[in-house]
Design a protein around this ligand. Sequence first.
Ligand code: PLP
Length: 461
Amino acid sequence: MRYISTRGQAPVLSFEDTMLTGLARDGGLYVPESIPTLSPDQIAAMAGQSYEEVAYTVMRPFVGDTFTDAQFRDLIAAAYAGFGHAARAPLVQLAPNHFLLELFHGPTLAFKDFAMQLIGQMFQAALARSGNRVTIVGATSGDTGSAAIEAFRGLAAVDVFILYPHGRVSEVQRRQMTTPTESNVHAIAVDGDFDDCQALVKEMFNDFAFRDAVRLAGVNSINWGRVLAQVVYYFTSAVSLGAPHRPVSFTVPTGNFGDVFAGFIAKRMGLPIAQLIVATNSNDILHRTLETGAYIKDSVTPTISPSMDIQVSSNFERALFYAYGQDGAAVASQMADLTRGGFTVSQGAIDALRDTYASGRVSEQETSDTIGTYLAQHGELLCPHTAVGAHVAGQHLGTVPMVTLATAHPAKFLAAVERATGIHPPLPPRMADLYDRTERITRSARDLGAIQNIIRDRITS
Ligand SMILES: *Cc1c(COP(=O)(O)O)cnc(C)c1O
């Protein structure tokens, strides 16, 4: 399996190099040269299998010869062993034909653990074999950073630097990033918003001298390995609701478009997905784009679903690549326009996007009200991101089963949940002492040179 860039100008890479590289050198994102498919019989055979078995079947064709069959099975087993639920991604029924896919049983209580725990295992195995080390730099609106620090802390061949927007992450998110004691992990509070953090990371990747000197690697959701790991739970949940014999729809609380794009890959692999619904908060660039065909940057408004507070949605570039019939030059030209504020998607491409994705936008008040309603009517306490999804899903319920992705545990967004319901959701026992641990924070201006200096000073070699 070989990987190509969405902008068509970067070297073709193996799975291993794609995973270790992150962003392509032409500024694009890596995608598989072709998407393997699974037959209806292969999908039907997943019924009743463990999460790990399904994960192996779904991901194996993408990994090529980077790992042997046995190695890859072991990496999957190690990745999910620390989850707090035997099903890993259990499905809960909310109402007739409406289901909640609980993706928050990993070590940092958000769905990011599904990909990050596996990436941690894969990096460790690949680097141990080559004897190389890497410096991971990532931007986070909260959950990616905590999941990355949790997955990579203490690993010998890796230094990790996470940039997060100062004052704009929840206390649980911040503490998960700032309390690990291992010397290879560093949380940097940047004076700016998430898009500033993400732009700084992209600038570091485009500074090739720095990139090569520190052996930069990326684990943001632009990393293909992240997307791949997220394809798995679309299969486990759809199969438990009757796929491949029956179609299933999904509503996905969306920010950087990684999670919902994994749904697109599942669909292209042969999973019968009727609708993929993009749910946004008031930072609604994706909803506006699907409605109007114009992708125009706006400023970011802080909300109670901060992991979706974003205007430049990186993985949307992958969706565009497929909507443009895999035309890298067309994507490159749209992305060049984006640096000047925005672009208009061609008629053919917007039609293709609307064939795959529907969308909805949810206000702050509606988010709070939805948390209250689902507790009162369905007995489920939702995190604010999940509430955004549930609200949009509610507008699309019909004869096809609808799965809303529950992207985080309500205790991770305590303040918003408490305001909406008066209930103070407790942290799971394994992290009950989080508020007593000592924090270690580096504060930095929104300045590329300053952050590069911090990284050069602190890396192990
Ligand atoms: C990251 C995140 C999202 C958004 O996912 P994307 O893949 O960036 O679209 C939604 N909810 C929560 C809780 C998250 O952590």
